[in-house]
Design a protein around this ligand. Structure first.
Ligand code: DQA
Length: 142
């Protein structure tokens, strides 16, 4: 079983980008954290893109191949009907993650298109939210 952990724009700079908001852990650290959160027999495919269509393509690839999706769509969270539509074609559990608490921030970050599909949402727990999301998918699909 494979969990897809999909990351949107600017998260390639995680650890360097606004560390006061997003912390100092990198996306490689997130991958390690996610692997450590898997139950036996589950693995992780972690991807990041700055391009909306690439994220849509990975969600399509997840169909029939992934047991669940963890997604931090970053800024596309707040804009992308295309990512929402793609997630609605996926049959398994979807958990939305935000490193920061989007509800404590600017009003334009309060609305999430992903949230209307996600089975769960974690915001404001830092990168630990990814591990919690992976544990949840393992529990739901175990
Ligand atoms: C984010 C929150 C988004 O509003 C922002 O655009 C990001 C990261 C988070 O993980 O806190 O890029 O998704």
């Amino acid at each position: 079983r494979t969990i897809y952990v999909l990351n949107g724009p600017n998260l390639n700079l995680l650890g360097k980008r606004q560390p006061e908001i997003y912390g100092r852990d990198t996306l490689d650290d997130v991958a390690e954290l996610c692997r450590g959160a898997c139950t036996p027999g589950v693995d992780i495919r972690l991807e990041q893109s700055n391009h909306e269509g690439q994220i849509v393509d990975w969600i399509h690839e997840a169909r029939g191949a992934a047991c669940g999706i963890v997604i931090n769509a970053a800024a596309y969270t707040h804009t992308s009907v295309a990512i929402l539509d793609a997630l609605n074609t996926f049959e398994g559990p979807v958990i939305e993650v935000h490193i920061s608490n989007i509800h404590k921030r600017e009003p334009f970050r309060h609305h999430s298109y992903v949230a209307s599909r996600a089975d769960g949402m974690i915001a404001g727990l830092g990168v630990e939210g990814y591990a919690a999301a992976v544990r949840r998918i393992c529990a739901l699909t175990g």
